[in-house]
Write a protein that binds this ligand. Structure first.
Ligand code: PMP
Length: 376
């Protein structure tokens, strides 16, 4: 199997698996009792917080609240507004993941004014448009750090500075799920205005079902999950020690990995695509992207059909489009970028990992060629 859908999820590395298994077998104890220091069950959380602090250069290990992943973290941030007693404007970008967009839109029913701010043809948030929404009644702005489909990196520093200048009391949240572990993230340089950031371990070779929310010191939101009072009362639920043990190793491995080689492989892949099919559209190619991501459309080919045919050949890629009731709905990201329907429905997304090889992309190009010939 050639797996090129790493923005969807990644394989846990062998060290991650090893660390995880230890907390399922030998050290399966409760991390929230007084004996946790004796049993060692408190170690994964401490290790994970220290590793995350280093990976994103946070102020303190205490800035991290661990959750089941980015979906939970994103929902937590948005739904917490219902209890803040302060109705106002919520601004989200038009390319947010559904786990931001849907809870944001739901806030309308609670009396909030929810605004979707647009992106340009490269899928980057339009600063001029965003500026117009940053009024004094703004309570939250949520803009993702890097888009899951195009890989387009958003101007987080610039957006943060604008928020502080225009609506200083608004919280700034970024869904950093695709950025953490794949590009440099520095909460004390560049991202200094970010108050809250969501992440998931399985996007950077950690286990599924574990992730978290970074909360800048001094920032507080209402807890979403109440119960046993774990995570210092921020997020109840028995501590996922195997997940945290895996997350810790994945964060350490990501911190010491270099993505330059991945970027070179992606660029080589795109150069070959262009040389083979001059009519190809490579989305967001003109802007800074995640080094592992390439989202392209071959005109005349349905992306979903191509992805299914590639899967039948043992090559797994993403599409961004979804099928509903027999019709293909193009990706919302491409629609927001103003990409024509027939090009948007042809989208195929390749997302490499640190372990992807030249042989794999060569096989993909050969197979794409054969399929385009037979399906056209
Ligand atoms: N945000 C983004 C940008 C994502 O790509 C994803 C995963 N597709 C999520 C949030 C949700 O992550 P999880 O499924 O790990 O909760």
């Amino acid at each position: 199997m050639i797996y090129l859908d790493n923005n969807a999820t990644t394989r846990s590395t062998s060290k991650v698996v090893e660390a995880t298994v230890a907390y399922l077998t030998d050290c399966y104890f409760n991390a929230s009792t007084s004996s946790a220091g004796v049993t060692g069950a408190d170690r994964p959380r401490l290790h994970a917080a220290a590793a995350m602090k280093k990976l994103v250069n946070a102020e303190e290990p205490d800035c991290f609240i661990f959750t089941s992943g980015a979906t939970e973290s994103n929902n937590w941030v948005l739904t917490s507004l219902r209890r803040c007693g302060n109705l106002g404007k919520v601004v989200v970008s038009s390319i947010e993941h559904a786990s931001v967009l849907e809870p944001a839109l739901d806030l309308r029913q609670w009396g909030f004014d929810v605004v979707e701010t647009p992106v340009d043809s490269n899928g980057v948030v339009r600063i001029d448009q965003l500026q117009q929404h940053l009024t004094h009644d703004c309570v939250l702005v949520s803009v993702m750090a890097a888009n899951n489909e195009t890989g387009a990196v958003q101007p987080i520093r610039e957006i943060g500075e604008l928020i502080r200048a225009s609506c200083p009391r608004a919280l700034f949240h970024t869904d950093a799920t695709q950025a953490v572990g794949k590009m440099s993230v520095d909460l004390r340089a560049g991202w200094t205005e970010v108050d809250l950031a969501s992440f998931s371990a399985h996007k950077f070779h950690g286990p599924k079902g574990i992730g978290g929310l970074y909360m800048r010191p001094g920032i507080e939101i209402h807890p979403m999950l109440l119960g046993g009072g774990q995570e210092d009362g921020w997020r109840s639920g028995t501590t996922n020690t195997p997940g945290l043990a895996g997350l810790a190793i994945a964060a350490e491995e990501a911190a010491s990995s270099n993505y330059d080689a991945v970027g070179r492989l992606r660029d080589l892949f795109e150069a070959r695509l262009k040389a083979t099919w001059p009519d190809i559209h490579i989305h967001s190619q003109g802007v800074t992207r995640l080094p592992n991501t390439s989202f392209f459309s071959l005109p005349g080919m349905a992306g979903v059909e191509m992805a299914d045919a590639l899967a039948a050949e043992g090559i797994i890629v993403g599409t961004g489009a979804a099928c509903s009731a027999g019709a293909i709905r193009p990706s919302r990201t491409l629609q927001s970028m103003g990409v024509a329907h027939e090009i948007a429905t042809a989208g195929l997304r390749i997302s490499l990992s640190r372990f992807s090889t030249l042989q794999e992309i060569e096989k993909l190009i050969d197979t794409l060629g054969a399929l385009r010939h037979s399906l056209h």
